[in-house]
Design a binder for this molecule. Structure first.
Ligand SMILES: [Zn+2]
Length: 374
């Protein structure tokens, strides 16, 4: 994955002349993206890969070393003659990120991570059953996590439609137009990023999992969220609601949904809906419920998969819900719906990333946003 593609995607292509600080910012993002997450290269190699001059590379590298983004990590292993170059890698020691995950039921989780999303410290707040998440809850959690001035950014991953630091709409959180960015930046004086939770998960799958540059990612939990990555650019849509597929009605005779429609995907395959449906059933009964859910998901995704020619569908969810029965049934339906003699099959697979997938993805988003600032 290329972080600079990711950050470039945040900007509309402009025709105006780039200012020196624009050039500097894009050189910095370009160089950092070659080292993130696990690259290791000399200045000369960075110059060859980016096409930047030796002076430009050395200038940008010098700044990033001083800032704590990268470090010198040893000497090149080039057998034979000549002076061996010093290798550069992402610095995991000096700078920190605070990530908060609002996607869990009855729980707000937060973590301090390094630049690679590895957890240094964790904190969480349990909520009462009816207790809504408030900015105050999030603020208190963050307060307890920040210990010093090494934190370069705070990231909040939220279920729902997110735009410019505001959660425009979240049925799961029961929020409408909740500005997260402004009050938290005012309180902590640190830049705040806010991102959709499924998009965060997709970033983790791309950088630390098995995802390639073209990926359809679906999250089956309290709600159903999806993310689409095309040529390493996350597609969020004109109104930032891309991937919000939970309230697309799939079955007009299906269960009534709080949104007013019937048979929304969320009523058919969300974790809570499936757990309710499986209550008291034996193993065979549970298997039938989960197979039907897998087929529903594939039914919903077959059209966008065909439309965008996606070869990889990755599903994240609780292991006892998104299990082999669920995935096998989804794969069978997908094959029946999209397979043809001129079309390679699309793989439906389970995400192997662990429980910190959202916090980790949010840390990637914070790094991305940090590189945008100069
Ligand atoms: Zn609905």
């Amino acid at each position: 994955m290329n972080l600079s593609t990711l950050s470039a995607s945040l900007h509309a292509p402009g025709t105006t002349k780039a200012s020196p600080s624009d050039v500097r910012r894009s050189n910095r993002a370009l160089i950092f993206s070659l080292l993130f997450p696990s690259g290791s290269m000399s200045r000369a190699e960075l110059g060859r890969r980016t096409g930047l001059s030796r002076v430009a590379v050395s200038d940008v590298v010098g700044d990033m070393l001083a800032e704590g983004l990268i470090r010198e990590s040893g000497l090149e292993h080039t057998p034979g003659k000549g002076k061996r170059g010093t290798l550069l890698a992402v610095d995991t020691e000096r700078l920190r990120i605070v990530s908060v995950d609002l996607s869990q039921a009855h729980l707000v989780q937060g973590a301090v991570t390094n630049l690679l999303g590895a957890e240094v410290r964790r904190a969480e707040r349990t909520l009462d059953y009816a207790n809504h998440v408030t900015i105050e809850t999030i603020g208190e959690l963050i307060e307890g996590l920040i210990e010093d001035d090494t934190v370069i950014g705070i990231g909040v991953a939220a279920p729902g439609v997110v735009s410019d630091g505001v959660v425009k709409r979240s049925t799961v959180l029961d929020w409408r137009d909740v500005d997260i960015k402004t009050p938290l930046e005012r309180r902590f004086g640190i830049p705040v990023s806010v991102d959709n939770d499924a998009t965060c998960d997709m970033l983790t799958e791309r950088f630390y999992g098995q995802g390639g540059p073209n990926l359809m990612f679906v999250r089956v939990q309290r709600g159903i969220g999806a993310g689409v990555l095309i040529n390493d650019v996350p597609v969020t849509g004109e109104r930032h609601a891309g991937g919000e597929i939970g309230h697309i009605a799939l079955d007009p005779d299906g269960p009534a949904c709080p949104c007013g429609k019937r048979g929304c995907l969320e009523t058919l395959i969300s974790e809570s809906a499936l757990r309710r449906r499986m209550e008291g059933l034996d193993a065979a009964g549970r298997c039938t419920v989960l197979r039907r859910a897998g087929a529903y998901l594939a039914q919903a995704l077959a059209m966008p998969v065909g439309l965008l020619d996606m070869a990889d569908v990755c599903v994240y969810g609780p292991p006892d819900i998104v299990n082999d029965d669920f995935i096998d049934a989804a794969q069978e339906y997908m094959d029946r719906a999209t397979g043809s003699s001129f079309h390679a099959p699309t793989t439906v697979r389970r995400c192997q990333c662990g429980g910190d997938i959202t916090l980790r993805g949010e840390s990637i988003a914070v790094v991305r946003d940090h590189l945008e600032r100069l």
